[in-house]
Structures are given as C-alpha cells and as structure tokens.
Write a protein of this length. Structure first.
Length: 377
C-alpha cells in the first residue's frame, strides 16, 4: 500500500533555501513515515519540491497526476491556498485524503501572533475560514490528542452537519535522536524553558515564582526560543537588573536539524512547561515533557491536559514520579523542592527518561497509524 504525505513545514525563507523542516514536520510527517516504512508501508513525503511538480496554470490536473500512484494522501491544515485543487483531485481519483491537525485552529486567542495573520475572527479570519472549509471536505482527520478529536468532531457536526472519522495519533519520540545531556557543573541551579513566541502568556505563569527563586537561591533561568519584544515587560513583570542578570536567552534553531543537540548543550537541572488552561492549549500535546525527559531533565508542568491526563491510554506526567504538576500557586513550592534536592532531580529525570523510552516511542505506537490508515482502505 502506497501513501503520499504532504509536508508544509518548510515555508520560512531558511527552510525554503535548505529543504529542511521544523518540529511539526518531524513529529507529524517524517517520523511517522519512517516507522510506517519499517512495518511494510510504502510512504513518500512531498515538501517544497511540490512547487516544481505542479503546473500553476493547471493545478487540478497536476495534482491528479501526482496522486494517481497512491492509495491514500495525507495533507496538513496549512494547505489553504490550493486546498480546492488538492482535495478535488483526490476526490476525482477516488483516493482517500486525510487532514492531519496538531493544533486547534478554531480557538486561537488574540495574543497569539497567527491570530492577526488570518486565524482570528471576522476579517482577520480568512485563513481560518479556508482551513475549516477544507477540513470539512476531506475523508477523515488525524489529530494528536483526545480533546482535539472531541473538539473537531463536535465542530464538524455543529457547523457542517458532518460526522467524520477522527483518529488520535499522539506525538511520540525516537530516543536515537536524543543523546542524554551532560550534567550542569556550575555552582547554581539552571532552570530552562523552550518554546516559540506564541507562548508569552504561558511563560508568564511561572516567571513570578522564578523571580523569587533568583532572590532566594541565586537560581538561573534560561529561555530557548523566543519572547516577543513587546511582551518582555509583561512576561517578566517586576524583574529588575538583579533578576535579568540571571536570565539567559538563547536563539532556537531555524529547523529541526541541530535542535536536540542545542537543548542538550544547555545543561538544565530543571525544565518547566507552563500552560494556560484554555481551549487552544487543551489541544496541545506533551512534546516539551518528552524532549526534556529524553535528556534526563525533570519537568514541572501545569496541571492541565496534555500533562495531567493519559493520551490514548498511556500516562504522561505521573506527579511526583516522572515530573511534577503545578497549579498556579504551586510553582515556587515545587521548583524549590527540586532546587534543594539534587538527588531527587537526578532520580526523577532518569525515571522520566526510562518511562518515555519504554512507552512513548514511535516504534511502540506506530500501530496506531497503521490501524488508522487501514480503516480508509
């Protein structure tokens, strides 16, 4: 059986120039494709080279020609500009076409930068309108979490009067891509967070506690990725020169290549994963915990889905064992405990790494992709 997976995680200028991809491409396309091939599927991945294969004067026929050899096509929700031709070509051939969704594109909040880029409300929601229209026309959805499945099933039924098959295919990991980080040899505890500029509100949950820990323990805090320039005062409210002296900002990588190595090089003692408990974040997955755990770093995360509940029957953070769950008023307490207990940091990090490598690999979970794909054939 032959599948085509279309990846659109190459749209930045750097990725266009290099042909590389980001985290979405890694977790939702490249790794599933790799492990599906290992169990007998023939999988092709199409990315930026599509621009060369598609005749822009006759896109519909070009897509039909592209799809003809395949039994099934998987696309991403960002295929909005040409979604009519893409979906129409598959339908005309009778080839099932599935949309893979890793976010709740309907519930993007105004503080998220993509809200202003077409995923907002009213005249700011052109891309969102195109994306949900395309979503309504495919044969099924692949999503990363149960809340995302529940939301889209209800949305499609309420708005489009459609009952569509939706499969939960969690983000997993490949331990071979992650080498355990060296230990921090400094005389201070290094707390770390990694993420994009879309998480300012989330990060703000933990920064008041970290400010107090800098005062009390001379802790250091590191941000890998970014905080929007116009949000710094809000995210680090009340910080002064003393606190900013213990803050380090490190640029992320422009693609997935080199990212695991970058994170390992930071030598964190504790990692944090704060999340505001809203509809958008409830559909997020547990990637930050996976990545930190693979490095042997204990994670303190907000006590919300995806960290609090099992995903597809498999546990994520077991509070006190494979990490800590923190309510808004518990960040200082739980961070303080790990700062003061070096041995417990090590044990919790090792326990989390062991749990992740035993339960959350693509090798252990590729059968979910296999079963979902077969249901459409």
């Amino acid at each position: 059986m032959k599948i085509l997976m279309i990846m659109t995680d190459w749209e930045s200028p750097y990725r266009r120039a290099t042909g590389e991809y980001g985290g979405i491409g890694y977790y939702r396309t490249m790794k599933p494709a790799e492990y599906l091939r290992k169990i007998g599927w023939e999988v092709d991945v199409a990315g930026m080279e599509l621009a060369e294969k598609i005749d822009q004067n006759n896109r519909f026929e070009s897509y039909k020609k592209l799809f003809m050899p395949y039994d099934l096509v998987v696309i991403k929700q960002t295929d909005v500009k040409q979604s009519g031709e893409v979906i129409g070509a598959a339908k005309d051939l009778g080839v099932p076409i599935i949309m893979d969704l890793d976010d709740n594109i309907v519930e993007i909040s105004p503080d998220n930068p993509v809200y202003e880029k077409g995923y907002g409300d009213g005249d700011k929601g052109v891309k969102k309108a195109l994306a949900v229209a395309a979503m309504s026309m495919v044969d099924g959805l692949f999503v990363s979490t149960q809340p995302l499945k529940d939301y889209y099933e209800g949305y499609l039924k309420d708005i489009f009067k459609i009952e569509m098959p939706v499969f939960v295919l969690p983000n997993c990991c490949d331990p071979e891509d992650w080498k355990k980080q060296p230990r921090n040899k400094e005389n201070y505890v290094n707390i770390g967070w990694h993420g994009s500029i879309t998480h300012d509100k989330d990060l703000s949950i933990a920064t008041p506690a970290i400010k107090k820990l800098i005062d009390k323990y001379d802790a250091h805090f590191e941000v890998v990725g970014g905080v929007r320039a116009d949000s710094v005062d809000k995210v680090f409210h009340g910080w002064d020169d003393k606190h900013f002296k213990n803050l380090n900002g490190v640029a992320g990588t422009p693609s997935w290549r080199g990212f695991p190595e970058l994170l390992a090089s930071r030598r964190w003692d504790i990692a944090i994963a704060p999340l505001v408990n809203d509809a958008f974040n409830q559909s997020k997955s547990h990637i930050k915990w996976l990545e930190n755990s693979l490095l042997g770093v204990p994670t303190i995360a907000s006590g919300v889905y995806p960290y609090k509940e099992p995903i597809h029957g498999t546990e994520t953070i077991v509070d006190g064992l494979t990490g800590f769950l923190a309510e808004d008023d518990e960040w200082q307490e739980k961070l303080s405990y790990l700062i003061k207990n070096k041995t417990e940091r090590r044990i919790m990090g090792e326990r989390a790494r062991e749990f992740v490598t035993e339960n959350w690999t693509y090798e252990k979970n590729v059968h979910l992709w296999d079963e979902a794909l077969r249901s459409f054939l």
